[in-house]
Design a protein around this ligand. Structure first.
Ligand code: SF4
Length: 507
């Protein structure tokens, strides 16, 4: 991909001409990267939209049975809304196919950077492909399989009759062998079905019923995408040397699609006396943990101070309040007032944009907390759903009176690496609602939604529904261009924050 920059790009988002012939199908295996020129504006917009889509895929995969009517309806609606190919039959969806292709490759660049990111990306892309493949008509499915060289040999009627008993007993749910078409597939392509004992095996071949062919397609796609992600990761050094791309990609992999909570209409509306009560009622687990550690130890190491300090700023603490809050607590421990004023106070003023380059730092998003700077021994920052040992997490949740069934659900989500969804479940349990009604991406969003709920600002739905998510997404969409896009000022802020962190490494 080539990327344009400069003034011209602002006027013209789309650079290349029509290249319809590249996309004979609405579904793709994304085998070849785009070769056309892509403006940075389009690059950014496509990437943010795909990230939104994949987050919806993740959410729906946990809230609904994959392939159920509700799942399909909601995912179809999201694809339509974000203008990705949603109906395989649509003849003229070139723009959507192009967006699908380019956005996949951009996120591949952003999400190849670590094992966690790769795994998350792979899972969501697989779910997306599964949904879209199953939406294809029989003819289109056949065409697509031909296109990706996955043509399997259907066994003859004679052979089917000969193997009828074996096919029937080895294929769960199979009653009418005669009415089904079976394909002879090499074992390597049918590993998942073989492992799950869902197919009949003979002489190194799996006999796969037509309805299971999607598992073969997915298996093949997973192998290709895993390999591609590993290869992309190897080429990272050359990508990282591109000063236009690196900040964008970093931001995407640490990003979320929503406001950045840098501007708070609540500034000054929270008193220091309220913080203890608020930490129990409206803080997400990460901040509750930091608050407790601060109260217990009268100190937090610098990772904790950064994460918690910016969160408090985001919920409305003024600079003066922050100075008073931290000082009161620290001088109860080993730090005397003089040392606090000389060292720690500077860093607090800095984070409020009153020192150094006067950058107004924004609170950390979940992705940033989850993906970067994992806590070490003696640290309390990070995301407890990501960074705590499951047994310790369980004990913590028990101590917060989360019911055992809820703890089990949370631990299941954690096991599946759905950390933000685990946090959403925690929100539901703490607030005693059946559906959180929004898609959680930021600790300050957690706080705001909690406060809104507790103050009766709105009713959460009791029935499982994704409409709240859509609402949230719409809001996000509105604010996306100005907030979630990695603007140059954000990039500068990130760089400065790194510098600030490096400077204040004093524990
Ligand atoms: Fe905090 Fe986000 Fe983790 Fe929840 S998911 S505990 S808000 S970092």
């Amino acid at each position: 991909m080539d990327f344009s920059s400069g003034r011209a790009r602002l006027k013209q988002a789309r650079l290349a001409g029509d290249r319809r012939e590249l996309y004979p199908h609405s579904l793709q295996f994304y085998l070849d990267p785009p070769t056309e020129n892509v403006s940075l504006v389009e690059f950014e917009n496509f990437a943010v939209d795909r990230l939104k889509l994949l987050k919806v895929v993740e959410n729906l995969g946990v809230s609904y049975v994959r392939g159920s009517d509700s799942y399909k309806t909601k995912l179809g609606a999201e694809l339509r809304k974000l203008k990705f190919p949603y109906k395989a039959l649509a003849e003229d969806d070139y723009e959507a196919r192009r967006k699908d292709h380019i956005s996949h490759f951009i996120l591949r660049l952003a999400y190849c950077q670590s094992e966690d990111l790769r795994r998350w990306f792979l899972q969501q892309e697989m779910d997306l492909l599964r949904y879209r493949f199953n939406e294809l008509t029989e003819t289109l499915r056949q065409k697509f399989l031909e296109h990706v060289n996955l043509l399997f040999e259907a066994i003859s009627e004679d052979l089917k009759n000969e193997l009828a008993n074996e096919l029937c007993t080895s294929t769960p749910g199979m009653t009418k062998v005669k009415e089904q078409m079976f394909y002879k597939v090499g074992l390597a392509d049918a590993v998942d079905l073989f492992r799950a004992r869902r197919v009949f095996i003979k002489d190194g071949f799996a006999y796969v019923p037509h309805k299971e062919i999607d598992a073969i397609v997915l298996n093949n796609y997973r192998a290709k995408l895993s390999k591609a992600l590993a290869l992309t990761a190897r080429s990272l050094p050359s990508i990282q040397s591109d000063e236009r791309l690196q900040p964008l990609l970093n931001h995407l992999s640490h990003s979320y699609v929503g406001p950045d909570y840098s501007v708070q209409k609540n500034t000054g509306k929270i008193s220091l006396e309220q913080i203890d009560a608020l930490s129990g009622k409206s803080f997400p687990l990460c901040m509750r943990q930091l608050h407790k550690a601060l109260r217990d130890n009268h100190h937090l190491r610098h990772g904790g101070r950064m994460q918690y300090g910016l969160f408090l700023k985001g919920i409305g603490l003024t600079l003066e309040q922050a100075l008073e809050f931290w000082k009161k607590e620290f001088i109860r421990g080993k730090v005397d007032a003089d040392k606090f004023d000389k060292g720690y106070a500077y860093s607090i003023r800095h984070s409020y944009g009153k020192e150094g380059k006067r950058t107004d730092y924004t609170p950390y998003s979940c992705m940033k907390i989850i993906m970067s700077n994992p806590p070490s021994q003696g640290d309390y920052h990070g995301c407890p759903f990501r960074h705590s040992d499951p047994e310790l997490l369980k004990q913590k949740l028990q101590s917060y009176k989360i019911p055992p069934s809820g703890i089990t659900q949370i631990l299941e989500l954690v096991k599946g690496m759905h950390y933000q969804l685990a946090c959403q479940k925690y929100f539901e349990l703490v607030h005693d609602v059946d559906d959180i009604g929004f898609s959680l991406n930021h600790p300050n969003q957690y706080f705001t939604e909690s406060q809104r709920l507790l103050s009766g600002g709105r009713e959460l739905k009791k029935e499982p529904s994704n409409s709240g998510n859509s609402q949230q997404k719409n809001n996000s969409q509105e604010s996306m261009n100005s907030n979630s896009a990695p603007t140059s000022s954000n990039t500068t802020a990130d760089a400065e924050l790194e510098a600030l962190e490096a400077y204040f490494t004093e524990d």
